[in-house]
Design a protein around this ligand. Structure first.
Ligand code: HEM
Length: 295
């Protein structure tokens, strides 16, 4: 073995170990921070429903900047909430050159997520794209790298094998979702999201020859769909413009009224409830033969 390899190999091993330890330490610190924020929320009064967006921020008092759907050359992604921010100019209307730090600040102001979540998810996205959270930028469409965050069997997008452009909402799926609510006024509940996710997973598995969905993506899917219950309160009248037009309704403010916003601790409970309520995950997905028999 040459001298240079004797230096290179331990240096690579140490660099790898340092990188992993740094990530673990960062995650532990974010979880501790998040739990502290959850405790603070428990001990303080909620914000009034009409004053969730801080004064001086875009959307304060429910007055959102003008809506304009994306035009040719704009970048959009599979996330309706981020697209809506770009359609209102809260993020750059082009959807391009967004800093991860800007994403953090704007999600906090617009949807009232806790600062821990607003750091954790954009930082995760930066790592996923091999970029530096503190200095780099991204375009919204970069988030659609398949099986990074974007995955099969979502509630608002056809699988990418059928719809290469994941920025395009599926009217078929969204109308079916909006019609599935069994709560008061037909609003969505945890059970509805579990049922619809189970149905989507079954449908995708039967139809999509390239179907893939790891446990990690299942949890991610349930987390994304849980935002419909937490931030939008499951309200069909608000979800319709958000999901179909990617527009924030006039006068709308986040249903999360905690002073420190929606913590991961609280959010994960809702996401787990949706994920664990999916019957197909316990009783199995029907095979195509069983499915044909039913028809
Ligand atoms: C923090 C940065 C965020 C990133 C990087 C992100 C990314 C994504 C991605 C890649 C998807 C597509 C997943 C799929 O294939 O189904 C998605 C879906 C979604 N996201 Fe986001 N998102 C973020 C923040 C938010 C926020 C703040 C909300 C709510 C206010 C939200 C609500 C949703 C919803 C409702 C879906 C659709 C779920 C589905 O179709 O099943 N996201 N997000």
């Amino acid at each position: 073995m040459s001298d240079s390899l004797l230096v290179l190999i331990p240096a690579r091993l140490l660099a790898g170990l340092y990188g992993s330890l740094r990530h673990v330490l960062q995650d532990v610190l974010v979880i501790l921070w998040d739990n502290g924020l959850a405790l603070y929320n428990l001990l303080t009064w909620d914000l009034p429903a009409n004053a969730v967006v801080p004064k001086g921020c875009l959307g304060a008092g429910g007055v959102w900047p003008p809506y304009a759907p994306s035009t040719e050359g704009d970048s959009r992604c599979s996330c309706p909430a981020l697209n809506a921010m770009a359609n209102h100019g809260i993020l750059p209307r082009s959807g391009r050159g967004i800093t991860f730090r800007e994403l953090n600040a704007k999600i906090r102001e617009t949807y009232n997520f806790a600062p821990s979540f607003c750091f954790f998810v954009p930082n995760y996205a930066a790592n996923m794209l091999c970029r530096d959270y503190w200095n780099d930028t991204f375009d919204l469409s970069d988030l659609d790298a398949h099986n990074c965050i974007e995955h099969d069997a979502s509630l608002t997008r056809e699988d990418c094998v059928d719809a290469k452009d994941q920025a395009k909402p599926s009217e078929r799926l969204i109308e079916e979702l909006l019609a599935s609510g069994t709560g008061p006024h037909g609003d969505l509940t945890h059970a509805d999201l579990s049922r619809m996710s189970g149905k989507r997973r079954t449908e995708s598995k039967l139809k999509n020859g390239q179907f893939s969905l790891t446990t990690f993506h299942k949890i991610f899917g349930s987390s994304n769909s849980s935002t419909m219950l937490t931030v939008f309160g499951g309200k069909i009248k608000d979800l319709r413009p958000i999901l179909l037009e990617e527009r924030i309704p006039d006068g709308w403010q986040s249903r999360v009224r905690h002073r420190m916003g929606l913590t991961m601790a609280e959010f994960n409970k809702s996401a787990l409830r949706v994920e664990l309520g999916i019957r197909e995950e316990v009783w199995g997905y029907p095979s195509s033969a069983q499915q044909k028999k039913k028809m």
